[in-house]
Ligand binder design. Structure first.
Ligand SMILES: [Zn+2]
Length: 163
């Protein structure tokens, strides 16, 4: 049994993790014992396939992160994208990330409480508190913070409307 687990015929110089299936001709993982497409037996046993994979992986440190179920060795590509810069380039106005909407919601809470039929004085007081918090939030977000983040926008695109 131990002998059958030895990776006897592994070409470790071949960097490919995928192989064309000899039965159906489609691409499949090289170190999985069955072809993914037609089920053709590529390796006598899953143990042998695994041992072969380990021998192949040990041959090159660049293969350390490979999985035998992959068709390619994973590469770490930095695909972070600056959407803010892109939006600026395209002239799309994005609102800044902000905590002001929470203030606006707190104002809405008091405005909502003012809608409950309490005594008139209570309702007026709640409405005034809610309105002030609401306006404070709107002014902070739309006027102060937004203008601070896009100071040149109005100057450079004078023809364009402020979205
Ligand atoms: Zn196949």
């Amino acid at each position: 049994m131990a002998a059958s687990k030895k990776p006897r015929y592994v070409d470790v110089s071949n960097p490919s993790l995928a192989v064309d299936c000899p039965h159906c001709g489609l691409r499949t993982a090289r170190f999985v014992d069955h072809c993914r497409n037609c089920g053709y037996k590529l390796w006598p046993s899953t143990h042998m396939a695994s041992a072969a994979f380990q021998a192949w992986r040990a041959a090159d440190p660049a293969r350390a992160e490979a999985s035998r179920f992959d068709l390619e060795v994973p590469r770490h590509v930095d695909n972070t994208f600056d959407f803010t810069a892109r939006a600026r380039e395209l002239g799309i106005h994005l609102f800044p990330n902000s905590n002001w909407p929470f203030t606006i919601c707190a104002g809405c809470l008091f405005l909502g409480l003012a809608a409950i039929p309490f005594a008139s004085t209570t309702r007026i007081v709640l409405a005034v508190i809610g309105g002030l918090i609401f306006l404070y939030g709107v002014v902070g977000w739309v006027i102060i913070e937004d203008v601070r983040m896009y100071p040149a926008e109005d100057a450079s695109h004078t023809g364009e409307a402020h979205h």
